[in-house]
Design a protein around this ligand. Structure first.
Ligand code: NAD
Length: 444
């Protein structure tokens, strides 16, 4: 499913038209290749806060080269600024002082990360300054261009050493389609990260359940979790059994064919995971459906089926697995929401209700979980799948250009974000909803 407009815009005549007519210029995004260095270049670090001193060491454990003293000839692949030391609005100028001279020194698909303190954990002038960081990163994300991304990571006091897995994700091509996001580390749950023995296979020895695994985004999630070392247990409806089985055989995984809305589905899944695998470490609620109609024409079946698959099933399955003690210590539960659940969408009152409910599920579980178990969600924007290929040309064009990257994302972009949540190094990443949307212009 090639992006024809993107290919055209890269041709000599296309480049000329894009420039003269001010058309969107979607840059081919770099994506992660297994075995390649996480960052193909050097990262400049700066700032004076709680993380400044340890930053170089944290990046070094990931094999990422960094410098505090950039020169005038190198193109840099990333910038990390520790803003946790900013305690009042007049100090925010430190952002301009650090970034402005470096903005013309960036390589293609550059990465920018600003580190702050969760505003809710501080007060007075410091709270004002820390909250202000969000406007800076969201705006820079919209203007950086060239396939670049910009994120704000709020690191709670005591969680400094737990930022490694997040820096690895946000500085690497794994986060190709994630931009303008705010991530919280250690704000709820633990402030510690579990050790990662093998950075290339962080999920070695772990079991991952993926619903709706036979195709689309679910298939990519299964592939990426397998690449990272997990044994994947795929779930899908009986109609998709043959695709599910052949994929799971290819990935040396296991499968279970059932409808997740079935009355006894949570019990069957829990029983299967406990008996055959001794528990589960990663639970990805990916299965989802749309049944679009404006509310005036919304039949009961459309409403019920969408809420049942997208929200009630993840909720019931999560509760059953937790109540039965099937989720192992340090495990992660991951929901798949949608931009529609944040911004709303015409014809999708049922779908947006269910997807906003997935965000509610993260909120409700995040403070309840114990034993280092985390809950987070992704909210994909326009992802190029067979489903979106069927959308009429004009609607599809608008849908995929209305973001800071002027293109749709790939299923692998959602899968990489899920793999970051799933890593044992991310035990302090809890209660987050990260959009995988190329910083879509819709919604917050
Ligand atoms: P898809 O239709 O290609 O795949 C969904 C999978 O879920 C299918 O294999 C299907 O058989 C399975 N499934 C559906 N109902 C089920 C049930 N009752 N029990 C078990 N399995 C069931 O969809 P996709 O585009 O890959 O989307 C995956 C997830 O991402 C969904 O939750 C979707 O809402 C979400 N999402 C997708 C996009 C996008 O642009 N494609 C955007 C935002 C969110």
């Amino acid at each position: 499913m090639s992006d024809k407009y993107q290919s055209f815009s890269q041709s000599p005549i296309g480049k000329l038209l894009v420039k003269n007519l001010g058309l969107p210029a979607p840059m081919p995004l770099e994506r992660y290749t297994p075995g390649a260095p996480l960052v193909d270049g050097t990262v400049v670090t700066g700032g004076t806060g709680r993380l400044a001193e340890s930053l170089a060491g944290l990046l070094d454990t990931l094999g990422i080269a960094s410098t505090e003293t950039p020169d005038d000839t190198t193109s840099y692949k990333g910038l990390v600024f520790d803003a946790t030391g900013l305690t009042s609005a007049d100090q925010l100028v430190a952002l301009r002082d650090f970034f402005t001279p470096l903005m013309r020194r960036l390589a293609t698909c550059p990465r920018v990360v600003v580190l702050g303190t969760p505003p809710e954990q501080v007060s007075g002038a410091e709270r004002v300054a820390q909250r202000a960081l969000e406007g800076f990163t969201r705006s820079l994300g919209k203007e950086i261009g060239r396939g670049g991304t910009v994120q704000l990571v709020y690191v709670a006091e005591g969680a400094e050493a737990a930022t490694t897995s997040t820096l690895g994700f946000l500085l690497s091509p794994k986060s190709a389609y994630v931009s303008g996001q705010v991530v919280r580390i250690g704000a709820t749950g633990t402030t510690e990260a579990a050790p990662v023995a093998d950075q290339l296979r962080p999920l070695d020895g772990r079991v991952a359940l993926v619903t709706g695994a036979s195709r689309g985004i679910g298939e990519q999630i299964a592939r990426v979790l397998h690449r990272d070392g997990a044994t994947v247990v795929g779930v899908d409806v009986p109609q998709a059994a043959s695709e599910l089985q052949s994929l799971m055989k290819e990935l040396d995984g296991d499968w279970l064919t059932l409808d997740i809305t079935g009355k006894d589905a949570p019990q069957r899944i829990a029983h299967h995971l406990a008996e055959k695998h001794g528990g589960v470490d990663v639970v990805v609620h990916n299965a989802g459906i749309t049944r679009d109609k404006k509310l005036a024409n919304m039949g009961e079946d459309r409403w019920d089926s969408v809420v049942a698959v997208n929200l009630t099933a993840p909720e019931r399955i999560s509760r059953e697995l937790l109540d039965q003690g099937v989720v192992n210590a340090g495990g992660s539960i991951i929901g798949v929401a949608s931009i529609a659940g944040i911004a709303g969408n015409v014809g999708q009152t049922n779908y947006a209700t269910s997807k906003a409910g997935v965000i509610g599920l993260v909120d409700s579980l995040k403070d309840e979980l114990s034993d280092g178990i985390t809950v987070n969600a992704v909210a994909p924007g326009f992802i190029v799948t067979q489903m979106t290929a069927a959308v009429p040309f004009a609607t599809r064009e608008v849908g995929q250009r209305l973001n800071a990257m002027a293109q749709g994302g790939l299923p692998v972009d959602v899968a990489e974000t899920i793999a970051w949540y799933a890593s044992p190094g991310s035990t302090a990443v809890n209660g987050n909803v990260v959009r995988v949307c190329g910083q879509m212009m819709l919604g917050a």
